[in-house]
Design a protein around this ligand. Structure first.
Ligand code: SF4
Length: 148
């Protein structure tokens, strides 16, 4: 199955280069994203919550959901960790989304304001945008954690 998936992705990759077209891949497989994507849009609760080049996103995630996704899978570009960390909690009910940030109940960086107002999609790096009130703090603390 994995071999067939890899073959199909290679064909798509080749056709994209031959015809000069873009391809949108919708997947939960971060290995596929790292291998094939130039640019990544991370979605949560039906909205794009972070977008950047694949290289930038993997090196400098600035939304807690993206951080959680990256911490929940093995990565070859980082030193081996003791264990993978799942994202606690459940996705929100899309029919009853809260007025604030939908990741609030699951977020380790949340502050009171997050519950009241949906965060704007703001520039947080070169061609890198994130919808998070605390993206600067997330970035600082993730960088410190990765270095220690
Ligand atoms: S806006 Fe607040 S609750 Fe939402 S992801 Fe950022 S820190 Fe967490």
């Amino acid at each position: 199955m994995v071999t067939i998936q890899a073959q199909i992705l290679e064909v798509m990759n080749r056709l994209s280069r031959e015809f000069g077209t873009a391809i949108i891949i919708i997947t939960h497989n971060l290995g596929v994203v790292a291998r094939y994507a130039d640019r990544v849009n991370v979605m949560y609760a039906g909205k794009v919550i972070e977008t950047a080049s694949a290289k930038e996103l993997y090196a400098n995630p600035k939304h807690p959901y993206t951080v959680g996704l990256l911490n929940s899978v093995p990565r070859l570009d980082q030193t081996r960790k003791e264990k993978l960390v799942p994202i606690e909690g459940l996705p929100p009910d899309l029919a009853h989304l809260p007025q604030g940030c939908p990741f609030y109940p699951r977020c380790a960086w949340r502050v009171d304001h997050c519950r009241e107002e949906y965060p704007p999609f703001k520039l947080v790096g070169e061609k890198h945008y994130a919808a998070c009130w605390e993206s600067d703090r997330v970035h600082r603390e993730v960088a410190v954690g990765a270095a220690s």
